[in-house]
Write a protein that binds this ligand. Sequence first.
Ligand SMILES: CC(C)(COP(=O)(O)OP(=O)(O)OC[C@H]1O[C@@H](n2cnc3c(N)ncnc32)[C@H](O)[C@@H]1OP(=O)(O)O)[C@@H](O)C(=O)NCCC(=O)NCCS
Length: 155
Amino acid sequence: MAIIAELNKNTENRAKLVEEIVKLERKIFPKHESYAAFFENELKRKNAGLLYLHADGELAGYVMYSWPSSLYASITKLAVKEQWRKQGHGEALLKAAIQKCKTRKVSRIMLHVDPLRTPAVSLYKKLGFQVDRLIEGYYSLERHAYVMYLELDSN
Ligand SMILES: CC(C)(COP(=O)(O)OP(=O)(O)OC[C@H]1O[C@@H](n2cnc3c(N)ncnc32)[C@H](O)[C@@H]1OP(=O)(O)O)[C@@H](O)C(=O)NCCC(=O)NCCS
């Protein structure tokens, strides 16, 4: 069974859970895309949240989001552990984050994603995100980013 929950200061076993998330972050993302080194700071930011997914009692993935202004929200990170992929967990996490963003009454959700991350780009498109533009050298000299957005008004 899969459960999605919001990480907050009262979350049971919070420290252990954050440690597991940071470990996963380090494993999945290269340094230039990783929050691992400043994860606690990222979690403390105002106007930001993290949802995690437990499958069979084990951490299987997480999504991070923020609402930097009243105009838009951002999906800042999405990851599913390799052995739990292709089972709908990424989609479930993204849908849950979109719901969270909707409660902030913003009109669009933005995100950056490396175009080479085909599964992620497909998932974002599946849920209605469109490519706005490509920013060359966004992550590093050779690693670019699509800026993608989802209009909430029209949904
Ligand atoms: C992107 C990611 C979160 C998807 O998680 P997942 O649990 O495997 O995704 P789901 O099983 O929910 O798949 C949902 C949709 O995503 C897309 N997708 C998932 N895996 C895919 C793959 N290998 N190739 C192409 N599309 C894929 C499809 O559109 C799929 O819908 P479908 O099943 O109807 O075809 C996962 O691959 C991951 O963690 N990747 C590494 C980290 C990353 O790139 N994060 C995004 C940048 S921050």
